[in-house]
Design a protein around this ligand. Sequence first.
Ligand SMILES: [Fe+2]
Length: 191
Amino acid sequence: MINYPETFINKKGRFIGNVSHSIKYFKDLKNLYLNDDIDDSCKMYEVFLDESSEDELVFGTTIIYPILIQNEFNFTRGHFHENRNKGEYYIGYKGEGLLALMDENQKVSFTYVYPGSINYISGKYAHRLINIGDEEFITHAYFSKEAGHDYDSVTNMPFNIRVLKEDDSIVFADENNNVLEKIRRDVSEQL
Ligand SMILES: [Fe+2]
């Protein structure tokens, strides 16, 4: 009587079923980080997408590995949506990280993502995930097939705040490496 879903997420947070899968290696992203002292073949993050719905719904999962590029936390490339009227939900699943949001004027802000957190992202903001923990950071996403991905706008107007590890602190630094703010790394303890 029970039909099991054809697509599901296993206990390791991996998508099983009819999904697309892409892996980003350091060589694909090295120009985004401050330093390039990581092997080109290092796996930085993976994205799984289920676009099999008959309507406009897409479900996605991103796994960001706990890698420091010298002292910079690992992050996703980030994108605007081609259709700025289409937003997205991010749901934290495992580990902890930050969601960087950037408006069309290059103003960047951050929110905390943790298991069970739900972040709505307006289509007007570019979005990037940053792993600030010591384990895999896994986030699920819901968005519309009509949203599209605009990477070029982020290439032309990059996220201008870097997130760095310094002992037990997270440091936010501008493009010239000037410290803008420093917070304790145990963000969850400060909620
Ligand atoms: Fe998106």
